[in-house]
Design a protein around this ligand. Structure first.
Ligand code: C2E
Ligand code: CA
Ligand code: CA
Length: 544
């Protein structure tokens, strides 16, 4: 019971995995793809912005360099040139000459002798030479950040071009729009970063300085370039809602196909599981599931001219698959050693069927038993229980034995048959004369009836030329004082031939085919009780 439950659970788990793995994979892969798309968009935007910033820096440097050769001159002579250069060069707000500790001259204010510290908003200047720095404001526009681009000039001075931060912020905004990224952080050289923050924040005016409150948003791109020793860096942080939106689109696109694939996989796994189940398990399961039923093939009694019995033939109809041929599943049951429980099940089914019929006393009921059952200790109780369960109906039980597989313990089989015959059960040697059943059976086992195999019956042809082997089998049966059943009688000629030679019972499609229990019950009371062949057939025969 526990083992069955464990097996069921394992099978269920495999099916759940077949359904779940594609779905989980789809969810994970689409998530991964959404992140990848976000990252590649961010990388494209970042590279674009950084390239543009470098171009702006280059322009500002050109402006600063254009006045650098004259940076040593007094402000009075220099300021006009500074103003002109600042006015004509793109992006430049002011041009300034920085001496060691003060601003010596400015294109905007001339010589005001502002301290360098004030000009740099408290930031520390990098060593002399070319440098880049973002400052939160300049003396002229205190609350608007600026990018300072400094070049070395004569006399230890610097020419510093102040680029309005609005250019950079607009650039950021164009390349990394609010609805696509949570935040863009641009650092150019030293000094604080410029942040571009979407709705909720104050983009352009989010002053350079300090960490942003949105530092925790996922980082999608971080592009760094170096320009003459100064680093230009842009970090783009993602917008979780945007990532989820991309993810949703991908899920809508791929989930239906994945669900289809999962269903297909479940179906395939189910089919493989079904076919992999061992034959033994399949047979036992089929018994439990009630997939077997019995059909009964009538036996014509030559002496009485009517039905005198039937052979029980097991049938297996597998749901969704169809009928399995009896010789196939009987052989499988013998090989898998489930023929005993299968026959026990057969006996239960027959006992139920028999109750539905009103048979005459002496009704001959043929039941096939496999060699393994014959030599098993179970045979006696099985058959006795069965005869007891149908007792009082005057039914003569006939054990049909054949040698499809070898009888292992002949002694036990013999003892069993002797005991059963003593109980009134008859024994028939089935398939007599074929490979399955040879003369040795006659010596080994006590028997009452010989069943002539269909193969010999087939040798009777329409011209009634003698069938030599068949005749000798009939002769043998007579001399052994055994009764005879002819199997597989399919034509009038065969029927007549066998009736004329002292066969006791005729079984075959010519008389009747196997039929389900209810049909047999009806048939038995009607055609089964009527003389056979029907008068019209007999009359036709007379005429020929
Ligand atoms: P069998 O015991 O020799 O059973 C007779 C077989 O011949 C049956 O085939 C029956 O349908 C078939 N038959 C009867 N009359 C004719 C006919 O006129 N023409 C032709 N062509 N066939 C005819 P079935 O039912 O397919 O069974 C095949 C074999 O499977 C049986 O041969 C028997 O060996 C085995 N079998 C069937 N039911 C059982 C069972 O309950 N237990 C065991 N152990 N074996 C069984
Ligand atoms: Ca048989
Ligand atoms: Ca047979």
């Amino acid at each position: 019971m526990l083992a069955r439950l464990a097996k069921l659970a394992a099978r269920g788990l495999v099916i759940a995995l077949a359904a779940g793995v594609p779905l989980v994979l789809c969810v994970l892969l689409t998530r991964y793809e959404a992140v990848r798309i976000g990252r590649s968009e961010a990388a494209l935007a970042s590279n674009f912005v950084v390239n543009q910033v470098m171009a702006i820096v280059e322009q500002a440097r050109d402006a600063a360099r254009s006045v650098a050769p004259h940076a040593g001159a007094p402000c009075e002579t220099l300021s006009r040139e500074l103003s002109l250069a600042a006015a004509t060069q793109p992006y430049v707000r002011t041009l300034n000459i920085l001496d060691s500790d003060h601003v010596a001259c400015s294109s905007a204010t001339g010589n005001q002798s502002i301290a360098v510290e004030t000009f740099l908003n408290g930031n520390v200047r990098t060593p002399r030479g070319d440098w880049l720095m973002i400052v939160p404001g300049t003396p002229l526009v205190a609350n608007r950040p600026a990018l300072l681009v400094a070049v070395r000039a004569i006399g230890g001075r610097n020419v510093v071009a102040a680029v309005d931060s609005q250019y950079l912020l607009d650039l950021l905004h164009a390349a990394a729009p609010h609805n696509e990224f949570r935040q863009a952080t641009l650092r150019v050289g030293t000094g604080p970063a410029l942040h571009e923050i979407p709705a909720g924040g104050d983009p352009a005016r989010d002053e350079a300085g300090g960490d942003s409150p949105m530092e925790s948003a996922p980082l999608l791109a971080d592009v760094r370039r170096t320009m003459d020793g100064s680093v230009i860096e842009l970090r783009l942080q993602g917008l979780p809602e945007r990532l989820n939106a991309t993810w949703r689109v991908l899920l809508f696109r791929y989930l239906p196909w994945t669900a289809l694939l999962a269903a297909l996989l479940v179906w395939l796994v189910y089919r493989v599981q079904q076919s992999r189940r061992s034959r033994r398990e399949q047979l036992l399961r089929a018994i439990r599931a009630g997939e077997f039923h019995v059909e009964y093939q009538p036996l014509f009694g030559v002496a009485s001219g009517r039905c005198e019995g039937a052979e029980a033939l097991l049938r297996w109809v597998r749901p969704g698959i169809g009928t399995v041929r009896p010789d196939e599943f009987i052989q499988a049951a013998e090989e898998e050693h489930v023929i005993v429980p299968l026959t026990q099940h057969l006996l239960t089914l027959i006992a139920q069927d028999v109750m539905k019929w009103a048979t005459l006393p002496g009704f001959h009921l043929g039941i096939n038993f496999a060699p393994e059952h014959l030599s098993s200790e179970a045979l006696l109780p099985d058959v006795r229980n069965f005869t007891r369960s149908i007792g009082g109906r005057g039914i003569e039980v006939v054990l049909e034995i054949t040698e499809r597989s070898l009888v292992r313990n002949t002694d036990v089989a013999q003892r069993n048959l002797v005991a059963l015959r003593r109980d009134g059960v008859r024994v028939a040697i089935d398939d007599f004369g074929t490979g399955f059943c040879s003369l040795s059976y006659l010596e080994k086992f006590p028997f009452d009836i010989l069943k002539i195999d269909r193969g010999f019956v087939l040798t009777i042809d329409a011209q009634e030329r003698s069938a030599v082997v068949l005749d000798s089998i009939i002769g043998l049966a007579h001399s052994l004082d055994a009764k005879l059943v002819a199997e597989g009688v399919a034509s009038q000629a065969q029927f007549d031939y066998l009736c004329a030679r002292g066969t006791n019972w005729i079984q075959g499609f010519f008389y009747a085919k196997p039929m389900p229990a209810d049909d047999f019950g009806r048939w038995y009371r009607g055609p089964g009780m009527a003389p056979f062949p029907a008068p019209v057939v007999a009359a036709e025969r007379e005429a020929t």
